[in-house]
Design a protein around this ligand. Structure first.
Ligand SMILES: Cc1ncc(COP(=O)(O)O)c(C=O)c1O
Length: 605
């Protein structure tokens, strides 16, 4: 970690390692437990140019006689490289498949199949559960020697991309016999570099001849060597495709759940994923109740209605936020009052909030902007003293923490967004959460047309229709199960910007404050007076270099739509005029961030 990132470096590293290990073992387990062919296809990874797929080897394959005999044939041909205590017979292969592959937590094998589903070879992973976060490519075999040119290199690239997106290793390595020149060259072309030689000893046993690492104390000359190679491609991003500001990561999980919901999630199964998603979400945040909604805006509206906000009431909101926060206030006929933001967190300034309180103030909305928490201890203290209900707008900040506690647990109610650019996506969607039983019951009724839960088709109050669909919830469930990995990816991206923009004059990164663990939903900068260019000119120049950016929201009090006209708050105006959200999509690669940093350097020099 860099010195500027405020989380304790040791704790942070431990957390990162834990998230990596969890991602590895859960992803592997999820893929290996498959028992149905349609589900297996949903979990497969498409190779480019429709050449084929990577199909995870799973429980379904254990009694697939055809596949077992193909694998046996390949094992026989490659026995020297993959020694085994299991004899190479079909039943030996079956045992190997179960006890040496499916039952081993950190092993995973993908079949490389062509576009017609014919197995051409396989490759996979081994030995990934270590604190170095190093994954080892294993079992690379091209069994079918003829046809499908280029399929193995595409498969290797796809395998590595998959691991980087889903698991986030620090290193990827492999071992190859050092005298296998064509294999060594194949790996070098893919971006692997030579690391070291590992001496091997020849063993002749009943099951065949193979090679193993030399035991300690054995000083005689090696019979053969492995070359350990590390993945270190030295290819700068070529800038030919626009680097976007956002974009989700969709894994086999979301695809598998969505397919299941689309096929079977109807009639008496219509709400299965909705219930699961709400349950897992509430557990993740650490709250009692969660209600999935069609948007965060809807969740905010419901929360304000639930809190009893009425026409003419005042609700204090920060002057920098997405318009949705204040729109939800006006939906209730109430008046948004715009408070200033802090220079460091870009969130609600407690002093400004306090100064704007009147007897008409009936709620405050603390927005956790761009993944960074608002200073909740001060905000809660001020609000509680005056009995002002607190709503947290955590739309872009799922999983962010204030002094170790998750956002969404401080207020009377909170709202989150799963719109397509957010950390977790369901297309459109949101979540209302609360620990208050009464508020939960009230919002539950308002959320579904005001229905009386005890009487079929009976309405007591005018309600709204803000429900989420089961198919969306299926995607959401897959996403929330991966939330820590996705946060890890966002924090990695910020760290790359921190390294890449070091020493650049005229800009400042939006570092997390000492009390926050930001999820860096957006990595952002502000320009200062020493920058020789305006914010908007910098954005245009970056666009010409195929780097998309977003201006930070303007101070929204300036919009001509509010019931009470107010002057923009000074810090909100300053940040709103000079801030830029840099490309921050969760799938961004290091070389893309390096390209963005280099482009900024060139423009600002
Ligand atoms: C701070 C904030 N609040 C509310 C919203 C609204 O979320 P949704 O689009 O799900 O209604 C957003 C979306 O960008 C946001 O950034």
């Amino acid at each position: 970690m860099t010195t500027k990132m405020n989380t304790d470096p040791k704790t942070e590293i431990t957390r990162v390692i834990q998230v990596y290990k969890k991602a590895l073992s859960e992803n592997f387990k999820f893929l290996k437990q498959t028992v149905r062919l349609d589900d297996l296809m949903a979990k497969s990874i498409a190779l480019p140019d429709e050449i084929g797929f990577l199909v995870p080897v799973c429980r379904l394959h254990v009694d697939d006689e055809n596949l077992i005999s193909v694998l046996s044939k390949w094992r026989k041909e490659n026995f020297f490289a993959y020694p085994s205590q299991f004899e190479v017979t079909d039943s030996g292969t079956k045992s190997w498949l179960v006890s040496k592959l499916l039952d081993v937590e950190d092993r995973l094998l993908f079949l490389v199949v062509n576009k017609h589903g014919k197995p051409i070879g396989h490759l996979g992973w081994a030995n990934g559960l270590n604190d170095n976060m190093e994954m080892e490519v294993d079992n690379v075999v091209r069994g079918e020697k003829e046809g499908n040119p280029g399929i193995m290199s595409m498969a290797m690239n796809a395998l590595i991309d998959w691991a980087q997106e889903m698991i986030g290793p620090s290193e990827i390595s492999l071992k190859v016999f050092s005298d296998n020149e064509s294999a060594v060259n194949f790996y070098r072309k893919l971006g692997f570099q030579d690391d070291k030689l590992i001496p091997l000893r020849k063993h002749v046993e009943a099951t065949g001849t193979f090679y193993r690492s030399i035991e300690q104390g054995d000083n005689s000359a090696a019979d053969k060597s492995f070359l350990k190679m590390d993945y270190a491609p030295n290819r700068p991003y070529d800038g030919t495709k626009m680097i976007l500001t956002a974009g989700p990561s969709i894994s086999a999980r979301e695809a598998s759940y969505a397919l299941d919901a689309a096929r079977y999630g109807w009639n008496n199964q219509w709400s299965g994923y909705i219930k699961q998603f709400e349950k897992v979400f509430a557990e993740y945040i650490g709250v009692k109740h969660a209600i999935s909604t069609s948007s965060c805006t809807g969740a905010l509206h419901l929360a304000l209605l639930g809190l009893g906000i009425k026409p003419g009431d005042e609700v204090i909101v920060p002057d920098i936020t997405w318009v949705a926060t204040a729109n939800a206030v006006t939906y209730c006929g109430a008046i948004p009052i715009f408070a200033d933001i802090q220079e460091d967190s870009w969130c609600l300034d407690p002093h400004s909030f306090e100064s704007l309180i009147t007897e008409r103030t009936k709620a405050v909305i603390a927005v956790h902007l761009y993944g960074h928490p608002a200073q909740m201890d001060r905000i809660v203290e001020i609000a509680r003293k005056r009995n002002i209900p607190i709503l947290e707008d955590a739309a872009p900040s799922i999983g962010a923490e204030f002094k170790g506690q998750k956002m969404g647990t401080f207020g009377d109610a909170s709202a989150f967004s799963f719109q397509g650019a957010k950390l977790l996506v369901t297309g459109e969607g949101g979540m209302f959460v609360t620990n208050n039983d009464k508020l939960y019951e009230k919002v539950l009724s308002l959320w579904d047309q005001g229905r009386d839960p005890s009487r079929m088709f009976w309405i007591n109050d005018t309600g709204w229709k803000y429900k989420m669909s089961n198919v969306q919830a299926a995607i959401g469930l897959g996403q929330i199960q991966r939330s820590d990995e996705l946060i890890g990816a966002k924090r990695r991206i910020f760290k790359w910007y921190d390294e890449g923009l070091k020493g650049v004059q005229g800009l400042k990164l939006n570092y997390e404050t000492s009390w926050a663990r930001s999820i860096y939903w957006m990595s952002s900068i502000t320009l200062d007076k020493t920058a020789k260019i305006s914010r908007d000119d910098l954005r245009s120049k970056l666009k010409a270099m195929n780097v998309d950016t977003r201006p930070v929201f303007p101070a929204i009090s300036q919009y001509p739509i509010w019931p009470k006209v107010q002057k923009p708050q000074p810090m909100a105006k300053k940040i709103g005029d000079t801030g830029i959200n840099l490309p921050s999509g969760v799938c961004l690669k290091h070389e893309q961030v390096a390209y963005v940093c280099e482009s900024i350097r060139k423009i600002l020099k």
